[in-house]
Design a protein around this ligand. Sequence first.
Ligand SMILES: Nc1ncnc2c1ncn2[C@@H]1O[C@H](COP(=O)(O)OS(=O)(=O)O)[C@@H](OP(=O)(O)O)[C@H]1O
Ligand SMILES: Nc1ncnc2c1ncn2[C@@H]1O[C@H](COP(=O)(O)OP(=O)(O)O)[C@@H](O)[C@H]1O
Length: 211
Amino acid sequence: MSAIGNGTNIFWHECPVGKSERQKLLDQKGCVVWITGLSGSGKSTLACSLSRELHAKGKLSYVLDGDNLRHGLNKDLGFKFEDRTENIRRVGEVAKLFADAGLICIASLISPYRKDRDACRAMLPDLSFIEASTVYMNMPLELCEERDAKGLYKLARAKKIKGFTGIDDPYEPPLNCEIELSLQDGVCPPPGTMSGRVVTYLEEKGFLEDK
Ligand SMILES: Nc1ncnc2c1ncn2[C@@H]1O[C@H](COP(=O)(O)OS(=O)(=O)O)[C@@H](OP(=O)(O)O)[C@H]1O
Ligand SMILES: Nc1ncnc2c1ncn2[C@@H]1O[C@H](COP(=O)(O)OP(=O)(O)O)[C@@H](O)[C@H]1O
């Protein structure tokens, strides 16, 4: 046991079965795929398609979806600046645990602020050698608004929801993402094409084997 922190009497307990043993068992490397983009840009759809594709390849993944986590872990948080920051921080910490467990953790959240995404990225490699890959769903606001799968853009335009991302709240696009998914000749590629790109990236980086 070793003491950590600054005199707060908190200790770190090492376990003999560690990340490398778990990775060996699963024949994959734990990592985080962080999907960011506007509401309606297709984050959840991509996360599910990616998880299905990985499952078919015998690879263990788990999806942390912003909307879903707000039903439980983050049910005390709203959408003001500080709440979004705390939301992203918590999900970053949970994603780190999943990746340390050896899983391919797919986090799918609007995560609109660059500083919050950067804080998550910085949190990951430092503590447990986990690598984070940011996937930016670069879909135009007009397309997301046209889809309006949950009717929230309509409510935001009618000012019945305040602080809606892309309408009267900011979205800061990543400056350093590993994968950017955007329209091709003005058309949104099918989910399988997009998840295929992420799988190829994970394969190329060696995450889908433990060598
Ligand atoms: N004000 C406001 N702004 C943006 N989104 C809103 C808002 N109010 C509710 N919703 C719904 O919450 C979902 C986004 O949750 P996230 O946890 O991903 O948001 S964030 O990362 O903390 O910004 C988002 O889901 P997705 O459409 O899947 O992105 C919306 O359904
Ligand atoms: N690649 C795609 N092509 C066509 N429609 C899509 C695609 N991805 C998502 N959609 C549709 O767009 C809407 C929003 O997708 P969703 O995954 O819920 O986005 P988000 O999680 O970013 O809010 C849904 O109706 C979904 O079926």
